[in-house]
Design a protein around this ligand. Structure first.
Ligand SMILES: [Zn+2]
Length: 191
């Protein structure tokens, strides 16, 4: 994934750090970016994701809730790679506590362990900072620079939300087009 010229260093969109049960050791590599995520059922039976565009959001106007999510660049200490940690307020507030504690300060200067217990929606996360301080290396910086968070937090355009076919946003069933199909006598002769 990383060639020495740096040109091919890229983290695939959506390839986020998957927190495993137990200890996940990371180094924070950027400020957190926030997005409010709507997860909605579609008429096609699938869950669809929309990043809330804020004012004028048709889902908010329909009193639909969203999940506040935070995206932060991290170095995964398991494999040394740069990736994106997507987390909710439970993890973020704990990191913020360390960041505002003068004994720790900026979380880019020490490792953090996120301990995960439970599964899915019942997962619990506790955050513990390492007491050892160290700087992010030049190599790690290069890896982090190649990670793009903007696509994680870019609001979904309002038109696009309407076009998702969401159950929460019923639109008038489009009028059936006048049929272009005419009787084709040729088919009748096919045996
Ligand atoms: Zn919204």
């Amino acid at each position: 994934m990383s060639d020495i010229w740096g040109s091919d260093i890229k983290v695939e969109v959506g390839k986020h750090l998957k927190l495993k049960n137990g200890k996940n050791k990371i180094r924070i590599g950027s400020r957190p970016h926030a997005a409010n995520i709507h997860w909605e059922d579609s008429f096609a039976g699938k869950k669809k994701k929309a990043i809330c565009p804020g004012s004028g959001c048709p889902l908010c106007n329909a009193n639909r809730k969203y999940d506040p999510r935070y995206y932060v660049k991290v170095i995964n200490r398991d494999d040394g790679q740069a990736t994106i940690l997507e987390c909710g307020p439970m993890i973020l507030t704990q990191i913020k506590k360390y960041a505002s504690d003068s004994d720790y300060g900026n979380p880019m200067n020490y490792d953090i362990s996120i301990n995960k217990t439970g599964e899915g929606r019942n997962s619990k996360y506790s955050v513990m900072a390492s007491p050892c301080k160290s700087s992010i290396t030049a190599e790690e910086k290069t890896l982090l620079e190649a990670v793009d968070i903007s696509s994680c937090v870019e609001p979904t355009p309002i038109d696009e939300i309407w076009d998702m076919g969401l159950v929460a946003l019923p639109v008038d069933v489009p009028k059936p087009q006048e049929s272009n199909v005419t009787d084709d006598d040729d088919w009748d002769s096919v045996e």
